[in-house]
Design a protein around this ligand. Structure first.
Ligand code: PGA
Length: 252
């Protein structure tokens, strides 16, 4: 049985004060013990979050990492090794905002995935189509290509050391959630693709859904057979809502 993962992506939100009150709220939640839990704060606050969440079941992750694990002259970057060094367990790679706003190509995403694995971090590989691509019937092709780069390099076993996050770009931050069966279709397609290569490993890969997950739609999404939790943006900035989403995962 796959465990579900509920992960919060805080993006570029927060001040010392708001991060403190969010952490205080998170520390008051009743967390399910059958779900993996993670928050990805802005890098500046990671250390503080690790300290304040020590003793809670929440892992801390990075929102991105450099494409090389080794130290080097990469001004402004943070390496997977450094994230691991301070105590992170996860790192997001290939989030659609990184792809579209910062020009991250599949090749860069592959290098970041490699850097994360090399450092013992669990990479959360984000994939997903734009609305234009969906309307053109290209969802399977777009997601397939994003996956193929990683599968060619690391196989299904390598992917299983991380997590896949299916995040339709049109559902991110828009309030437009994919319907549970619409998301399930893509999750099942992803798993079928993996199963063609290695059925046993394919059954182990956590495939989470992201895109306007909220407390009131989480349970229906998570109840789908191939949806193994969620990557939550906006709703993860509210401790009670994030807690409710985690508890929904604990119930399915
Ligand atoms: P959202 O973001 O929940 O605010 O739509 C999801 C994400 O970008 O991971």
């Amino acid at each position: 049985m796959r465990r579900l993962l509920v992960a919060g992506n805080w993006k570029m939100h927060g001040t010392r004060q708001s991060v403190d009150s969010l952490l205080e709220g998170l520390n008051q939640q009743d967390w399910p013990d059958n779900v993996d839990l993670m928050v990805a704060p802005p890098a500046l606050y990671i250390q503080h979050c690790l300290e304040r969440l020590a003793g809670s079941p929440l892992y801390v992750g990075g929102q991105s990492c450099a494409y090389q694990a080794e130290p080097g002259a990469l001004t402004g970057e943070i390496s997977a090794a450094q994230l691991r060094d301070v105590g992170c367990e996860f790192v997001l790679v290939g989030h659609s905002e990184r792809r579209s706003l910062f020009g991250e190509t599949d090749e860069v995403v592959r290098k970041k995935f490699a850097a994360a694995l090399a450092c013992g971090l669990r990479p959360v590989l984000c994939v997903g189509e734009t609305l234009e691509q969906r309307d053109a019937g290209q969802t399977a092709e777009v997601v397939g290509t994003q996956l193929k780069v990683i599968l060619d390099a690391f196989g299904v076993g390598g992917l299983a050391q991380g997590v896949v996050a299916y995040e339709p770009v049109w559902a991110i931050g828009t309030g437009l959630t994919a319907e549970p069966d619409q998301a399930q279709d893509v999750h099942a397609m992803i798993r079928a693709r993996l199963a063609m290569l290695d059925d046993e490993q394919a059954q182990l890969v956590q495939i989470v859904y992201g895109g306007s997950v909220k407390a009131d739609n989480a349970e229906a999404l998570f109840a789908m057979p191939d949806i193994d939790g969620g990557l939550v943006g906006g709703a993860s900035l509210n401790a009670d809502e994030f807690g409710a989403i985690a508890r929904a995962a604990g119930r399915v």
